[in-house]
Design a protein around this ligand. Structure first.
Ligand code: SF4
Length: 212
């Protein structure tokens, strides 16, 4: 990231951290993915159970590899080979100590905006795991919720559609058309504006572009 953009983002991040606090959520600023990895090591005690949804940022930062290689109890949904195993793993994930994800957009006022198709990762954000840690790159910051939804439809869904082969208009044309396609990724649009549970949601703002 350009030096000037990095300096500006650090200021923005500090403002967002203050606004997250008003919403009973914790914010942290890390200049780099390497710093974010170090912070996660401090926040997550060894032996904790860990799960995650589909998050490019979780992998891109290197946090995923460090946790997989460390002394943690990993609950990986991709290990399920039957519907019964999938169900059993889901039950473990719902009571995990830590759920990792990113945000599709984060407003400068501290509102977290996400969309989901099956709502796997979002249901774990809303309720269940004791802690949720979000890794959010500078590219996810928007002015307000409306801009967040536009950002998601314009910049997040087309590449995710290409990655997941959803056959939605945003995959076929690269442009959202407010679809009702069978594999629509925008079944749920969730705005997290406050947390009742002090310390449960932690947002790590990373001074890099991460994910879509
Ligand atoms: S509503 Fe449909 S076309 Fe629009 S971004 Fe979502 S999945 Fe793509």
């Amino acid at each position: 990231m350009h030096e000037a953009r990095q300096a500006a983002f650090e200021k923005t991040a500090q403002t967002i951290i203050k606004n997250l606090k008003k919403r009973n959520m914790e914010g942290y600023y890390c200049a780099s993915s390497a710093d974010a990895v170090e912070l996660v090591r401090q926040l997550v005690p060894e032996g904790s159970s860990i799960t995650w949804g589909g998050s490019e940022s979780f992998a891109e930062t290197g946090v995923k590899d460090v946790l997989l290689a460390g002394n943690y109890r990993i609950i990986d949904r991709s290990k399920a080979t039957t519907p019964e195993e999938e169900r059993a793993i889901w039950q473990e994930r719902a009571t995990a100590d830590f759920h990792f994800m990113s945000a599709n957009a984060l407003t400068s006022g501290g509102e977290i905006v996400n969309i989901d198709g099956n709502a796997d990762r979002l249901s774990l954000l809303l309720h269940g795991p004791e802690h949720v840690i979000m890794l959010v790159g500078a590219n996810k910051i928007v002015a307000d919720v409306d801009e967040g939804v536009k950002r998601i439809r314009t910049y997040a869904c087309p590449p995710n559609a290409a990655r997941l082969h959803t056959e939605t208009p945003c995959e076929l044309t690269g442009v959202c058309s407010e679809c009702h396609a069978p594999k629509c990724m925008c079944c749920q649009i969730v705005v997290t504006r406050h947390s009742r549970h002090t310390g449960r949601i932690k947002v790590i703002l990373v001074g890099e572009d991460l994910g879509f």
